[in-house]
Write a protein that binds this ligand. Structure first.
Ligand code: FAD
Length: 356
């Protein structure tokens, strides 16, 4: 998988830009690839797989055609294997914030910008953004916003975009799930000191992560405190410490320059709401012939779209990706006629798949 770093100011020119690397965005790479259309994908999450990878990686799915049982992560791994021949480039940890229409209805072109400053110019856009952006649930701590948004690793952060920014910092990690435990274990070796705080001595994270964390606590390499953060202390946006309360009601303070609360994710539509796509109840209306929106050249596939009879199933999104790709081809190669071919019998398709 090719993962591109965010490059401020440079424009990436492509035929198709896919917003969202969930199962439907990933399968779109396959359908576009069969038609010689190279794609870039952008996802706000640090990993591919959308809901399958983020919300239920270990749960079995029983209604993927041809797979009596596959886990959420298993499906994502298979999709990644299936799209390997097409060399898509992934831009993770970035959210598409803006779309600007540059071309005409017959020859569309778009400029898109991520919150990390990456700019794309593309002939077509496939929105496969599911329920929208996964946003962190924020703890109800008064004044917490004042400490958000620092780029040097100080203050409050809800995601770890780059571990290095947290080197040598005094970090308080709050939460008891996989994210809290994973980042505790990953940051502990490079931080000045890590303290993990959770409401109770019972963790929802993978047992082996909990064991590793307890071993670090036992060896004195980090601290574990039980309780809740009630307030923050600092100057301007510089965090100095957290005021906490244990379950018996006793207040205590933890010195820290960085706090990382991991309280789970919620899905919000985010910037898509402002892109002029005639939203209907937070979904993008699309036709059922090519899954194009009201803006020629912008397609909507998977959970984000709506049309009469829509079922929010992965298999529906796969079908939508296949039909959208046909119309994308007409925009990308207006002079070429598209002939229908099977992968089983077309040596041209098999060549593209690297099997002939
Ligand atoms: C617990 C659970 C169980 C399920 N079980 C089944 C099942 O058994 N069978 C089934 O068919 N379906 C099931 N589903 C539904 C299935 O997961 C969804 O239909 C599927 O994930 C939709 O895929 P998608 O690619 O459209 O969107 P998603 O999987 O939601 O992926 C969308 C991606 O877009 C990204 N994104 C959003 N906005 C932006 C932006 N502005 N910029 C960059 N990236 C953005 C998000 O970060 C996300 O990664 C289940 C869902 C849940 C929650």
């Amino acid at each position: 998988m090719t993962i591109a770093a965010a490059i401020e100011g440079e424009t990436i020119v492509t035929d198709a830009l896919i917003i969202g690397a969930g199962p439907c965005g990933l399968f779109a790479v396959f359908e576009l690839g069969l038609l010689d259309i190279k794609a870039h994908l952008v996802d706000i999450l640090p990993k591919v797989g959308g809901q399958c990878a983020e919300l239920y990686p270990e749960k079995p799915i029983y209604d993927i055609p041809g797979f009596p049982l596959v886990t959420g992560q298993g499906l994502v791994d298979n999709l990644m294997e299936q799209i390997k021949p097409f060399g898509a480039t992934f831009h993770l940890n970035q959210m598409i914030e803006q779309i600007e229409v540059l071309g005409s209805a017959e020859a569309p072109r778009f400029r898109l910008r991520t919150d990390a400053g990456t700019v794309f110019e593309t002939k077509t856009v496939l929105i496969a953004a599911g329920g929208g952006s996964f946003l962190p649930k924020k703890p109800p701590i008064p004044g917490i916003e004042a400490y958000e948004g620092r780029s040097d690793g100080g203050g409050v952060h809800y995601a770890v975009r780059k571990m290095e920014t947290f080197r040598d910092r005094e970090i308080l990690i709050v939460g008891g799930g996989d994210s809290a435990l994973d980042w505790t274990l990953n940051l502990q070796p490079i931080a000045k000191r890590v303290t993990l705080m959770h409401r109770r001595d019972d963790f929802r994270a993978a047992p082996h992560s909990v064991e590793q964390m307890r071993a670090l606590v036992a060896s004195g390499a980090m601290d574990l405190r039980l309780g809740q953060v009630m307030g923050l202390k600092g100057e301007g946006n510089e965090l100095h410490g957290a005021i906490c309360r244990d379950n018996a009601g006793t207040e205590f303070e933890i010195a820290c320059g960085t706090m990382l609360p991991f309280f789970g994710l919620t899905m919000k539509l985010g910037p898509i709401a402002d892109w002029g796509l005639n939203l209907h109840e937070n979904l993008i209306p699309a036709d059922t012939e090519k899954f194009e929106t009201n803006v020629p050249g912008i397609f909507a596939i998977g959970d984000i779209n709506t049309y009469p009879g829509k079922l929010k199933l992965i298999l529906s999104g796969f079908h939508e990706a296949a039909l959208a790709a046909q119309k994308v081809h007409r925009y990308v190669y207006p002079e070429k006629r598209l002939t229908f071919q099977y992968t089983t019998s077309s040596s041209a398709l098999q060549k593209k798949l690297g099997v002939a």
